[in-house]
Write a protein that binds this ligand. Sequence first.
Ligand SMILES: CC(C)(COP(=O)(O)OP(=O)(O)OC[C@H]1O[C@@H](n2cnc3c(N)ncnc32)[C@H](O)[C@@H]1OP(=O)(O)O)[C@@H](O)C(=O)NCCC(=O)NCCS
Length: 188
Amino acid sequence: MSPIIRKLSIPEFTINAPVLVDVYIDAMNYDKAIRDTRIEVWRRNSQNPGFTAVAAVIDDQVVGIAYGFNGSPDHWWQHQLRRGLRQQGGPTEEEIHIIYDYFEVAEVHVQPGFQGHGIGRKMMHELLKDAASSHAILSTPEIDEEANHAFSLYRSLGFSDLLRDFRFDGDQRAFAVLITPLPLQHSL
Ligand SMILES: CC(C)(COP(=O)(O)OP(=O)(O)OC[C@H]1O[C@@H](n2cnc3c(N)ncnc32)[C@H](O)[C@@H]1OP(=O)(O)O)[C@@H](O)C(=O)NCCC(=O)NCCS
């Protein structure tokens, strides 16, 4: 399985947002009812400073999407992180420094049927290779024994724990928030 992995320009991302969101909905097994809202949110996210998107394409079919942008004190997500760090005893000096200089990996998804073949790994390398930040941060739903592709992938890329069993406002699920220094130390 050898996909073409390449960056998407902001216009390419915006135009193709419906197809990219479909990959996300299939990968996460979400209800299609969220489609229009997510398209709107993804298009809005593409306006964030540092926005970078990577697609995996096989035979003209998009089978993977990953995107992210620079973390910002204006973002809801960063407010949530700060709350989480405070709740676990306050950020360390290093964490305070990082919180001003990180790339948020907002989404990474591979179409079912194409998962577990290294596509996610290639997309993460492409996504993060030119990031100007000192660290990358992402969140992923908690799962027993970290037994899914997402955890395996993030661990194998060098991501470690920033927060565990964290609950974002408005979401009942527990999340792990993971962090890695950049550039990635773990090769393809
Ligand atoms: C999470 C996801 C994006 C990962 O993409 P992927 O293409 O399946 O991932 P990869 O094949 O690159 O890596 C996954 C596995 O291969 C391993 N792997 C691949 N290449 C490797 C390498 N060179 N060295 C070591 N391990 C490697 C990873 O550690 C991981 O192990 P596992 O198969 O035992 O779980 C994808 O599985 C997916 O979309 N899942 C459903 C949606 C989801 O969970 N999205 C993320 C939400 S945070």
